[in-house]
Each structure stands twice: as structure tokens, then as C-alpha cells.
Design a protein around this ligand. Structure first.
Ligand SMILES: Nc1ncnc2c1ncn2[C@@H]1O[C@H](COP(=O)(O)OP(=O)(O)OP(=O)(O)O)[C@@H](O)[C@H]1O
Ligand SMILES: [Mg+2]
Length: 270
């Protein structure tokens, strides 16, 4: 089966012009693939390039070199010829829903935006109500403004909004780290349920190893812009082969790798 997303020998650095001699790449020699409906975790310290990598994968940045393909076709070609279809199929949810939703817009307007922009149609109210109910929110929220919702409720809106254009891949960049500990697990459970019911591929960026252990089958470990280890999540976190991965796992000390035991990472859920 050919991969849905294929990244090969990708290099990237920010800015234009000639970089200083010896300057590091922000991302170097990144190769990975993502199958339809699969889950991938991307972990690594702050600044290791996690957000940059998913921004590249969903077409928000262009690689400096290397290959990047979606559904068997270069992302650059998608963006040139079928930009809206590509963006609809590759949606992203960010860390802070208060920053990603316009405070002046009602939830209904915010939710309608991607459908308007990418599907070029006006969604019916019934469709918006359906979208909200899929993330466990009542219809009356449509007429609310973001300040009337909790962080967890807003993140559900952001997820519903991303799903409204029927993506094939949902990228989540630290989707729960701005939320209270008590609602983090609910949002993660929601993501898992949606992934299963919609057959979505899910790419989860986080420095919380417990989240990765719980939600993803495969993980890549980034260190200073390079993949230092990749493989099945249980194996990589359970028996790391790379010293950097081992140090990350060691730092997370009491992370439980039990998928059935829920999130039980002392301190690392912050
Ligand atoms: N817009 C930008 N312009 C220039 N450099 C940037 C930009 N965004 C990020 N960087 C740099 O690229 C590197 C990787 O950043 P990135 O945001 O991808 O890391 P991250 O792994 O997501 O970190 P965090 O866990 O803190 O979110 C960092 O050195 C960062 O300073
Ligand atoms: Mg980041």
C-alpha cells in the first residue's frame, strides 16, 4: 500500500538568502511515511523542530530540499493545482484554541469558515449542529462567543472545525498542553474516538510521552532537527536504542506505558 504522506530526505531552514557557513538546518534529512488511518507521534525537546515538521507536512511551509508527497503527488503540485483540496485534506489543530479562534466571531461563524473557504459553500445550520455534537457540544454553543466557552470546550470547537472539511489527516500540535489537567484526558479520548470513527490519520506533536504512548502506534524522536529514533511507540519508549530517547524517557520517569491504564504521567501532563 502506498503511503498517504511520504517525506524523503527533507531539509528545511527558515529565512531566505544564503545561510551563515556552518549554520544548522532547522530540519535535516527527515524521512518518514504515514499510512491512511495511521497514528504518528512526533516527540522531542522544545526547539527540536516538531511544529516546523508538521507545518511542512500540511503545506504551510515549503521544504528547502528533499521530497514531500501527499497521496502519491508532490505537495508543491497540490498547492499549485489543487490548493483547497489539499488544505481540506490536511487540517491542523493548535495548542491554544483561544488564539486560533477569532474572539469577535460566534462559534457558528468560526465553524463555517473552513467550509466556506475550502469547499466554497455555506454550511447549513444543521450541519454545524452535527459537527458540534460529534465533539460532544450542544447546539446552543453555535451562538456563543469564544470567551463564553472553557478552554476544553474551545478546543472541541477547534477540532470540530478542522473536521468539517473531512480531512484525511489531522495534525495536532500540543492540543492539550494549554488545557487544565482535568480536561486533557477528555480531549485526548475525543481525538482517539474521532480517529477511529472517521478513519483519520492522526499526527500528534507533543513533548508529553504519556500522550504519545496512549494515542500513537508509531513515533519519531526529533533532536535538533534530526530524527534520532523511529519505530513502534511501545518499542521506542519501552526500550529506546538511542541515548537521547533514553534520556527523554528517563526524564518522564513515571510515565505509564500502559494503554489501558489511562494517562498516569506524574507532572508531565503540564
Ligand atoms: N518562524 C520562525 N522563524 C525562524 N525560526 C523559527 C521560526 N519558528 C521556529 N523557529 C526555530 O526553529 C526551531 C524549531 O522550532 P519549532 O517551533 O519547530 O520547535 P518545537 O519542537 O515545535 O518546539 P516547542 O516544543 O517549543 O513547540 C527553533 O530553533 C525555533 O527557534
Ligand atoms: Mg512546537
Amino acid at each position: 500500500m502506498s503511503a498517504l504522506v511520504e517525506v524523503g530526505g527533507l531539509h528545511f531552514r527558515y529565512g531566505s538568502g544564503r545561510p551563515a557557513p556552518g549554520a544548522d538546518w532547522t530540519l535535516a534529512d527527515i524521512s518518514l511515511s504515514l499510512q491512511q488511518g495511521a497514528t504518528l507521534g512526533i516527540v522531542g525537546e522544545s526547539g527540536s523542530g516538531k511544529s516546523t515538521l508538521i507545518r511542512l507536512m500540511c503545506g504551510l511551509l515549503a521544504p528547502s530540499s528533499g521530497t514531500l508527497a501527499f497521496d502519491g503527488r508532490p505537495v508543491a503540485d497540490w498547492l499549485r493545482d489543487d490548493r483547497r483540496a489539499f488544505l481540506a485534506r490536511n487540517q491542523i489543530v493548535f495548542q491554544n484554541p483561544r488564539r486560533s479562534l477569532d474572539p469577535r466571531m460566534t462559534v457558528a461563524r468560526a465553524m463555517a469558515e473552513p467550509v466556506r473557504a475550502l469547499d466554497r459553500r455555506e454550511p447549513a445550520r444543521a450541519e454545524l449542529i452535527d459537527s458540534l455534537s460529534r465533539v460532544g457540544l450542544p447546539a446552543e454553543f453555535l451562538d456563543h462567543h469564544p470567551h463564553q466557552l472553557s478552554g476544553g470546550q474551545l478546543q472541541r470547537v477547534a477540532i470540530a472545525r478542522a473536521l468539517s472539511v473531512r480531512p484525511a489527516v489531522l495534525y495536532a500540535d500540543e492540543p492539550t498542553s494549554a488545557l487544565d489537567v482535568s480536561v486533557q484526558a477528555q480531549v485526548l479520548n475525543l481525538l482517539m474516538d474521532l480517529r477511529e470513527s472517521l478513519g483519520l490519520a492522526l499526527v500528534m506533536v507533543t513533548h508529553n510521552l504519556a500522550v504519545v504512548a496512549r494515542l500513537t502506534e508509531t513515533v519519531v524522536v526529533l533532536n535538533r532537527g534530526r530524527i534520532v529514533e523511529a519505530g513502534p511507540t511501545d518499542r521506542v519508549l519501552g526500550a529506546p536504542r538511542n541515548p537521547y530517547t533514553a534520556a527523554l524517557v528517563g526524564a518522564a520517569l513515571d510515565v505509564s506505558l500502559s494503554r489501558s491504564g489511562g494517562i498516569s504521567a506524574g507532572g508531565s501532563t503540564q
